[in-house]
Design a protein around this ligand. Structure first.
Ligand code: HSE
Length: 442
């Protein structure tokens, strides 16, 4: 039966996402009420610039005093789409203290302070939902937290940043360099004026922390995630990747270590085979590949950003939280019972693709191979990286007596692999390490 007293929603932030949330709440009001069992009413909208015209929003609801709004006491659900750490953290905590549940899209805050916010929600008997914080519209948090709650997740590997996927896809399909592809992403509105959070992997690292925490029932904070950006990826790297039947993606990888006693979380560019489902994720799309004991391999795919897609995830949470509220229950809170330690990057086991500029002298190949052997790293293949040469020899020689060597290793610890590269740099015969990149997904 439909309850007539509406559930009151306060919206914090009315930008690209917030305005879409408000619009869908209005245009889909009847459907939302039927699905929830009570109408939902927009009771207030906190913004920074009240004079801005916001179509479809009653100006009487607009306020600059977000604190007063979350303290009102009659608000059922606070939707936070401001982003950033403060004032979002204080506003969410205050809302929970004042009897409101919270729906948030704030990945940075959840990756940094998720444990404290979950604790506050539990203490005050409220919900804290954040489907929109990771991969926009893609249902991911709820499938991991609820649908797979009876399974054991071993690995979560995803493309969780659309801007960088757009740039890398452009480099792959056109042969463009990083800067040229970034300029196009900026012109088309995919990249922000300051793209640091995306291209240096901060955005993806926050999402990796959230995913790892849920997948492994363990607290994983942003600081636990090893992060490397993708600004150093070159057109030559893509050419090399192509020769190996691979492409390059910025991946967020969360996995259990081989002994199952700890977990790792990392973000870095990596080569993946074209046959891997993540290789076909084009443009600004996101996708997350999940491997679990019982379900096997699952892939979640869709738009990872933008006003409407993100609002879709926010609205899904809003419906769930409102339903919980009407039934006098709360949904699942934080699950961190496993409390597995988070291992450092050195413990990750992976493969490397290393491109070296070496002197063309007898014995160089043997010297290079010895360094790998000394570090316990087994070489899979050695081949030429074309330098205007098309011979099939293992070493391509140019007219200055230099050669390019591309070495692909078998799996080894990241510590052993990076130790190998460090030692190679010290060899007189190695003029430079042109690139090194991990190879994943095989
Ligand atoms: N800037 C992000 C991206 C979207 O490019 O995917 C929000 O997390």
């Amino acid at each position: 039966m439909m309850r007539t007293r509406p559930l009151k929603v306060a919206l914090l932030g009315c930008g690209v996402v917030g305005s879409e949330v408000a619009r869908i709440m209005t245009t889909h009001a009847d459907d939302l009420a039927a699905r929830i069992g009570a109408p939902v009413e927009l009771a207030g909208v906190a913004v920074r610039r009240p004079s801005k015209v916001r179509q479809g929003i009653d100006p009487a609801l607009v306020t600059t005093d977000a604190t007063a709004l979350v303290k009102r006491g009659d608000i059922d659900v606070v939707v936070e789409v401001i982003g950033g750490i403060e004032p979002a953290r204080t506003l969410i905590t205050t809302a929970l203290e004042h009897g409101a549940s919270v729906v948030s899209a704030n990945k940075a805050l959840l990756a940094q302070d998720g444990a404290a916010l979950h604790a506050a929600a539990e203490e005050h008997g409220q919900d804290l939902y954040y489907e929109a914080a990771v991969a926009g519209a893609i249902p991911l948090i709820r499938p991991l937290r609820e649908s797979l709650a009876g399974d054991k997740i071993n690995r979560v590997m995803g493309i969780v940043n659309g801007t960088t996927n757009f740039i890398l896809d452009k480099m792959d399909s056109t042969g463009a360099g990083y800067q040229e592809a970034l300029d196009e992403a900026t012109a088309l509105g995919y990249a922000e004026a300051d793209p640091t959070a995306d291209v240096e992997g901060f955005d993806a690292a926050a999402k990796a922390a959230i995913l790892a925490g849920i997948a492994f029932h363990t607290r994983v904070r942003l600081d636990d995630v090893h992060r490397e950006g993708m600004t150093e990826v070159t057109a030559a790297d893509f050419a090399s990747a192509k020769e190996m039947g691979c492409t390059i993606k910025l991946l967020a990888i969360c996995e259990r270590t081989a002994d199952g006693q700890s977990v790792t979380a990392r973000v870095h560019p990596a080569m993946i085979p074209l046959s891997h489902p993540l290789a076909s994720v084009r443009g600004a799309y996101n996708a997350v590949f999940v491997e679990s004991d019982a379900a096997g391999q699952l892939m979640f795919y869709g738009p990872g950003a933008g006003g409407s897609p993100t609002a879709s995830a926010v609205l899904g949470d809003l419906v769930a939280v409102c339903r919980n509220r009407l039934s006098g229950a709360t949904g699942p809170g934080e699950s961190a019972y496993a409390a597995l330690p988070v291992s450092p990057m050195g413990d990750v086991v992976t493969r490397y693709h290393i491109s070296l500029d070496v002197a063309d002298k007898p014995g160089v190949l043997a010297q290079v191979a010895t360094v790998f052997a000394e570090h316990g790293v087994s070489i899979d293949t050695v081949r030429q990286q074309g330098r205007n040469q098309s011979s099939g020899d293992a070493v391509a020689v140019d007219q200055d007596g230099e050669a390019s060597l591309v070495v692909v290793t078998h799996r080894a610890s990241d510590a052993a692999l990076s130790g190998t590269v460090e030692a190679l740099r010290k060899l007189d015969t190695v003029r430079g390490v042109a690139s090194m990149m991990r190879v994943e997904g095989e």
